[in-house]
Design a protein around this ligand. Sequence first.
Ligand code: AOS
Ligand code: ZN
Ligand code: ZN
Ligand code: ZN
Length: 406
Amino acid sequence: MSDKAYALFVEQQQARGIRLEDVKARLKELKIETPSWGYGDSGTRFKVFQKTGVPRSPFEKLEDAAEVHKVTGLCPSVAIHIPWDKVEDYGKLRSHAESLGLRIGAVNPNLFQDDDYMLGSVTNSDEAIRRKAIGHLLECVDIAKETGSKDLSLWFADGTNYPGQGDIRRRKRWMLEALGEMYKALTPEMRMLIEYKAFEPAFYHTDIADWGMAYNYAVKLGPQAAVLVDTGHHLPGANIEHIVAYLIDEQRLGGFHFNSYKYADDDLIVGSVNPYELFLIFYQILNAANDEDAAIRNTVDGIAYMIDQSHNIEQKIPAMIRSVLNVQTQYAKALLINHDEVADAAGRGDVLGAEDAVRKAFEFDVTPLLQAVREEQGLPVDPMKAYLSSSYPNDILARGKGGASW
Ligand code: AOS
Ligand code: ZN
Ligand code: ZN
Ligand code: ZN
């Protein structure tokens, strides 16, 4: 991108009253966590395609994640999934991350891949199975201590397929009991981020089916619990940005699992089909970032931006680069919203003016801005090109097929 394009952009934005130094500072602070499972082989319920060059261990997953960070400067942490990333010595995993300029991010317990959990894990009517599930949650808190992780991301597959299969109210209480036991084990700096999902794998009822249920558990547990919004976990038509604004205002938005969805939990590249939704989510966040209440601003600062995707047919590392760049692009566009202009128009009852003040920020090409920021940070101006023209994509082919699958 030429200096001319950037000069024009600067002129344009200054004329709109946008403080580009602030915009650039915020862009440099943006951090997006990538998931270890996004680097491994994954699939649908029909098939897992085995790709050549896929990491064979949690250590190699970190090495791939480091490449994404190297070219984007956006992804210094990696979420892990237990037992997919089970290792003998988590201290070693942590030092490996650190040697690559990374840290281990959220620890994700897995309570959905054990035969015992067919009828539920923490909400199973069998007490021994509930104990086993709680034991895993506590094990994950211990792992988080060793990896230096602050967040525990909790998603439960628990639910039923048929009316009468389970006692919904008893299951609700068992869920709270399990979460409560885990909460007590947290260190003061840890957080429990509670994910919800409308359906799948259970199709009649899911124990934590929506944000309200997750919120209710978080409030009952205490200030170290918050809600995790996975963008793919809503019924069609849900207004996700409304949920985001509501949870921020209640100081209970803990973070995101970003991905794009058209039908349900598609786990595809974020921003690939609904970039405007992502932009509007950031609009709500940035609106709250200017709130006069420090508690609201703190909530915004604490939001963990994480990717939750599985790359089934696409090349995994480029897919991750594409994903974080899509998030960065929509964030950059949202930073161009003139909030005074929106409030002004809204205050006058000028509906179209208010909508225009929001939408027009989306319509700017932020490429010159992002390239200027990358240059200032000493990053490649075109991260995808930098990765594809490096030796890494070819080097990893030596790993062969049969890497770790999720
Ligand atoms: C599942 O649908 C959730 O999004 C979880 O976050 C899950 O642990 C993650 O997708 C890895 O499978
Ligand atoms: Zn998720
Ligand atoms: Zn999901
Ligand atoms: Zn998902």
